[in-house]
Design a binder for this molecule. Structure first.
Ligand code: AMP
Ligand code: MG
Length: 428
């Protein structure tokens, strides 16, 4: 069997010491496959879940030809070629209560939105333009055949896929499923993700902070990000920088999860045994991504605890700095989780242009993800960076509503320059 490291190193332009952000994402997405397993859920529980099988429309939607407006139902051929037409009002069609009769020559029926079109009717004239005089209705010229009508099946056709498998179900899809009368459907099981933080300096919340210690916040941001992505999160706490404790944690995680996320322990100055251990328990590539924040990252696979050649769990060894954790998560882990969850296709998160109102420094040769705040000025979208941009300053993430994404070959940003922004809304 070809090893993962062989597959990675065979890729053209593969340089683990300077991997562009987009290339790293591609490599990850190429290697991952959706997890197996479906479950049946009721329609409301399907919100934000990934559809496991195509939803085939059991009916036409709408199921009958009907009116799109309140107005007058008539036969287009009865209208005069020029000038007004006088038609006789012979009844009313309500939504849910059809007009039983036939509309003949020179006749019209008052019709409500959603009411079935009476036989032969092919035109609805909105009530606002018609004049009523006793039982006669005067229709002005300029009408079109088929106007203000909705034909059976024009939204969804019986027997055809209404929603394709792989769609993450949003309120619109929940509505479509309900419009088909479907109460229960098959969604993919949630992706199981085990996570732990590494570091002797880490202190759990609820305990006093010793000198030199920091509270472990990464586990909480990771929990939040994973929960929002619909994962089942297995929180394994803080693991000391101790080989035996780390090995036990990796083995336990690989036995119960589809993916393992760790923070800390992958940077240059770190105790080397964390990296050695990752490499020893599985196949792990240590990447220096050409980005800021978040340069070091480990990606690979940790084997099954019993040593069988099973799929094991994917490993994302994220850096320790709190902002780097979030940035690398959104760039690499998020698309990976979507792929594992069965989302198809996994689309790159879009970047939009905005005018940056402050000058910014920028290092050449890497993608930088600054945290920004969007606002409108003279109808134009503008962005300014949040204050301190250090990779430990989590406040910069909290104040921001977008990432300012600066491409590798850009050297600096002048006030007024156009930059790319990624909205956090929808991403986070
Ligand atoms: P490391 O990547 O382990 O060298 O950590 C880099 C920086 O991030 C250090 O200042 C750590 O104290 C900090 N850090 C590491 N893990 C966490 C965590 N779980 N919560 C908050 N800060 C952390
Ligand atoms: Mg550390």
């Amino acid at each position: 069997m070809t090893s993962l490291l062989q597959i990675l190193s065979c890729a053209d332009d593969y340089d683990p010491n300077s991997l562009p952000v987009g290339r790293a994402t591609e490599l990850i997405l190429d290697l991952l496959h959706p997890v197996n397993g479906h479950e049946r859920v009721f329609v409301r529980q399907a919100l934000d879940r990934v559809l496991a099988e195509d939803v085939i429309s059991p009916i036409d939607v709408p199921s009958h030809d009907n009116s799109a407006m309140d107005g007058w139902a008539l036969r287009f051929r009865d209208l005069a070629a020029t000038g007004e037409t006088r038609l006789r009002n012979i009844g009313t069609a309500f939504a849910g209560r059809a007009f039983d009769g036939k509309v003949g020559a020179g006749e019209t029926v008052r019709i409500m939105t959603g009411a079935i079109l009476p036989q032969d009717v092919d035109c609805v004239v909105i009530q606002e333009v018609a004049r009523v005089a006793g039982d006669m209705v005067i229709i002005p010229p300029g009408q079109r055949s088929e106007q203000n009508t909705r034909r059976a099946g024009e939204d969804l056709k019986v027997g055809r896929p209404a929603i394709a498998a792989g769609k993450k179900l949003r309120p619109a899809e929940i509505g479509i499923i309900a419009s088909l009368g479907i109460a229960e459907l098959s969604v993919r099981r949630r992706v199981r993700v085990a996570l732990f933080s590494t570091g002797d300096e880490l202190c759990s919340i609820g305990t006093p902070l010793a000198p030199g210690a920091v509270y472990d916040s990464n586990r909480y941001t990771l929990w939040g990000m994973l929960t929002r992505l619909g994962c089942e999160v297995i929180d394994m706490g803080v693991v000391r920088d101790d080989p035996a404790a780390l090995e036990a944690a990796f083995r336990e995680a690989a036995g119960c999860a589809d993916a393992i996320i760790t923070s800390g322990g992958v940077s240059v100055g770190e105790a080397d045994f964390i990296k050695q251990l990752m490499a020893q328990l599985g196949e792990v590539a240590f990447w220096k991504i050409a980005m800021k924040p978040g340069r070091p990252m480990a990606f690979g696979r940790i084997g099954k605890p019993d040593g069988t050649d099973g799929p094991g769990a994917w490993l994302f060894g994220l850096p320790g700095n709190p902002v780097a954790v979030m940035v690398t998560f959104y760039q690499f882990v998020r698309p990976a989780i979507l792929k594992l969850a069965g989302v198809d296709p996994v689309m790159p998160f879009p970047t939009f242009p905005a005018r940056c109102v402050e000058a910014m420094k920028k290092g050449r040769g890497r993608t930088e993800f600054q945290r920004g705040i969007l606002f409108q000025e003279n109808g134009e979208w503008c962005v300014r960076p949040t204050g301190a941009q250090g990779s430990g300053v989590l406040r910069s993430m909290s104040e921001a509503d977008c990432f300012i994404v600066l491409e590798p070959d850009r050297e600096k940003v002048g006030a007024g320059d156009t930059v790319g922004v990624q909205l956090m809304n929808g991403l986070v």
